[in-house]
Design a protein around this ligand. Structure first.
Ligand code: SF4
Length: 353
């Protein structure tokens, strides 16, 4: 069995009370059965407090209650979880204990990423000199899980290694590399999966001739249509799309030049982000063959986050965190984007293939 994770993984430490956000906000966390059974044995008065702060959601799942600000009601004013503070981290439910670590298992392969929805994980990725993986192999040749096509997984392994090397290596701009990533994914999806092209989706032509900027405007508007976690997110996207579209070509060029000066490492940072998305999402095509849509999602995410950062230089990690919470962690939003972006013409040149 092979195990992989980013090389900055061991550096992660939760910021606890100093976190600029918190993982206890807006998400309804459903404790697992073992945790619920454990809570029944909690010392009093914590046991009563936990019981008072569990609710049943519309799907019938038992979740921690959120207050009117969207905060978990077990969160104390010092930013600590009452359950962890008063009883110990060993009693956290599996979800809270694992976050921001997300593990994908394929039987022969286990990979763990640090989700950039956590501000500290985003900072580590942003500041990493490059995106590198550490790998352990116990020498045991486990088979893939039932339902995982071994040939397909092997093909995804090979192609992802090439794509990560392409994004991480020198030569060419980040946009050229992302364009090459799309080309790779298209070739693979066609040759390996014989994937269908979803040409029935109505795509509006970009409204202005500057296709690179038009793609960003169109994507900002597209992302703003998704179901928001926090209402100010789509407002921000719409406002940025409007400002971006209104810039003269000279002002747009000046904004990009100014960003390049104030954030000289932006291209390395964006390459790290693209590698993170590829690491987390590429192999999921083993379940549905939608590789091109995932590659296009990586490009779209980079294009959107670059253009948001133009207006907020120095706030890249915070933008990545917001984006990940709104898009990456919402299965419906992510699935819809992958579907929409599976259309080969969804991203106009230079981000198309
Ligand atoms: S979001 Fe990350 S740093 Fe913040 S409290 Fe959660 S795990 Fe800790």
């Amino acid at each position: 069995m092979v195990e992989r994770r980013p090389d900055y993984y061991p550096q992660f430490r939760c910021l606890v009370g100093s976190c600029p956000d918190t993982c206890c906000r807006d998400w309804s966390v459903a404790p697992d059965e073992a945790a619920l059974a454990d809570y029944a044995a909690a010392p009093s008065p914590l046991r009563e407090r936990i019981a008072q702060n569990l609710v049943t959601d519309e799907d019938g799942d038992v979740c921690f209650r959120l207050d009117e600000r969207g905060m978990c009601t077990l969160l104390t004013p010092d930013g600590l979880c009452a359950l962890q503070r008063d009883w110990g981290a060993a009693h956290l439910c599996a979800h809270c204990a694992a976050y921001p670590r997300f593990t994908e298992e394929f039987g022969c392969l286990t990979e763990t990423a640090l989700a950039v929805s956590c501000p500290e994980a985003a900072r580590l990725l942003l500041e990493a000199p490059r995106f590198a993986l550490i790998e352990k192999n116990d020498g045991i040749d486990d088979p893939p899980f039932d339902g995982v096509d071994p040939g397909l997984l092997a093909g995804l392994e090979r192609s992802r290694a090439q794509v990560l090397a392409l994004l991480d290596g020198g030569g060419g701009s980040i946009w050229e590399k992302l364009n090459a990533l799309l080309g790779q994914a298209k070739t693979l999806e066609t040759s390996i999966f014989a994937g269908e092209c979803r040409r029935d989706y109505p795509f509006p032509p970009p409204p202005i001739p500057d296709l690179f900027r038009a793609s960003a405007v169109w994507l900002l508007e597209l992302f703003a249509e998704l179901e928001p976690l926090r209402p100010d997110w789509p407002e921000l996207l719409k406002e940025r799309a409007k400002r971006l579209a209104a810039l003269s070509p000279a002002d747009y060029a000046a904004l990009r030049a100014s960003y390049g000066q104030s954030s000289p490492h932006w291209e390395r940072q964006l390459a790290n982000l693209a590698c993170y998305f590829v690491f987390r999402h590429w192999h999921k095509a083993v379940n549905d063959d939608a590789l091109y849509g995932r590659a296009a999602f990586v490009c779209a995410a980079c294009l959107v986050l670059y253009h948001l950062a133009l207006f907020q230089p120095g706030e890249e990690a915070a933008l990545w965190t917001r984006f990940s919470r709104e898009v990456e962690h919402d299965e419906n939003n992510l699935g819809e984007l992958i579907w929409v972006l599976s259309e080969p013409d969804a991203l106009p040149p230079p981000l198309t293939f």
